[in-house]
Design a protein around this ligand. Structure first.
Ligand code: SF4
Length: 274
């Protein structure tokens, strides 16, 4: 078991799994092939193994939730976050869940505890399309609900970044404009754009019209951010990426190509305020 719970430091951060299959079922989800770790691991195994890793390895940020959504099961997410928050690191979590009431109250408490130890809690709220969500993310909280989450997190002073990843080749720029407008209106702190990945079987990209996919530049390589080092094909159109970055910046949004940079900014801002 322990062999499959792996951690690695990349850009001063370490990814920590949720350890539970995600029920949201986004069609581009790369966790389905099992290449980024076991699909079911209990929280004690993850946290005890991670604690040992953190004691022996220098890094600054914990990124929670690359193998699933920490708040698909809010009780589990909060339980794990409470423990991660006590490790003296900045903590970032990513979610597509609608966060309200008790989960929000718990996050507010965790944020304030972390602030007292000069560490920062920040969030990534993921949006890859708007009008097409019912087809691309049929069992996932709607884009509107995710914007509610972003607003709610901002109300309790948690920095929020909109993760626009993967950028999908067949989704029109209009949908990305809508995401930019909604994110900026919600007060988000920036947007992180990222590529689409496919495994050797092509199962994460099967829903994309083949002609649209074929038109995008692709490269097969080892995925650097995963401790499990899968070899996947990365799809990214550099011209479209630049166009989307400029569109967001024109509207007044800050842009990033890595969540590590976004989290670092959130922490610097907190240090300035303190
Ligand atoms: S929310 Fe994330 S982990 Fe869950 S199905 Fe969607 S992409 Fe996969």
């Amino acid at each position: 078991m322990r062999r499959r719970i792996l951690f690695t430091v990349e850009k001063n951060r370490v990814l920590v799994p949720v350890g539970q299959p995600c029920p949201f079922g986004c069609r581009y989800c790369y966790t389905r092939g099992g290449e980024v770790g076991l699909s079911r691991v209990n929280t004690t195994d993850i946290l005890s193994h991670f604690q040992r890793f953190a004691e022996e390895t220098p890094f600054e940020t914990i990124q929670f939730g690359y193998d699933g959504d920490p708040f698909a099961d809010p009780e589990r997410g909060i339980t794990m976050l409470r423990q991660l928050a006590m490790m003296g690191k900045n903590v970032n979590f990513s979610t597509k869940a609608r966060l309200e009431n008790s989960a929000l109250a718990a996050l507010c408490e965790i944020r304030s505890q972390m602030e007292s130890t000069d560490t920062t809690l920040s969030a990534l709220v993921s949006l890859s399309c708007w009008d097409s969500a019912a087809i691309v993310e049929p069992h996932t909280p709607s884009p509107y609900e995710r914007i509610v989450t972003a607003r709610n997190l901002k109300k309790i002073a948690i920095p929020v970044f909109i993760a626009v990843r993967p950028v999908l080749p067949h989704i029109s720029d209009d949908e990305y404009e809508r995401i930019a407008d909604e994110g900026i209106n919600a007060g988000c702190d920036g947007f992180i754009l990222g590529p689409l990945y496919s495994d050797a079987r092509g199962q994460f990209v099967r829903f994309i019209p083949p002609a649209a996919l074929a038109a995008v530049r692709s490269k097969k390589s080892v995925v650097s951010w995963s401790a499990h080092s899968p070899t996947w094909t990365r799809y990214e159109d550099p011209d479209r990426l630049q166009k989307l970055l400029h569109m967001i910046e024109r509207k007044g949004g800050r842009t990033f190509l890595s969540s590590a940079d976004a989290v670092a900014l959130a922490h610097q801002r907190q240090e300035v305020v303190a």
